[in-house]
Design a protein. Sequence first.
Length: 158
Amino acid sequence: MKPIAVSLIYSAALMAQVAGPPKPESAAHAFARKKFEAVTSVHELLAKVAPCLTTHPNAKPCRYGPNNPELTVIIAELCKSFYGSPTCDRQQLLIDVLKADIETLNQMQPLLANIKHADDCVRIYRTTIDKKVSELTGRDTEDIQMCKSGEQYPPQTK
């Protein structure tokens, strides 16, 4: 075996020992991740359907074939959720789908931050919940405000 390969194998084994087994996901982190995944799936659906609703020649091609039953079902579901009826005007639906997608994209950044800070907010909550307001340090107050801005103080798990 070449010395470089041996060195890489040794380094990988050493890194595995130092890193240890992966930590289990906390309930707060799992809750934040699931909320993000739900919003992401809505965005992916809207992004797939939007090109199929337009007749503009420069639009992206529709991922579904013409008269695809799956597309028909998706459009009917969107019409139902937007207007309460399984049929609707496709151009108006396109406008409303694009608006909804913009709103969805705007929700994604804060949800990513919630995933990043979920475990920190649990720790902050546990260390500050029994303190009196007069006992909180400036850092405690800042941490609490950061968690409250992401609606994670107290931590959400359900």
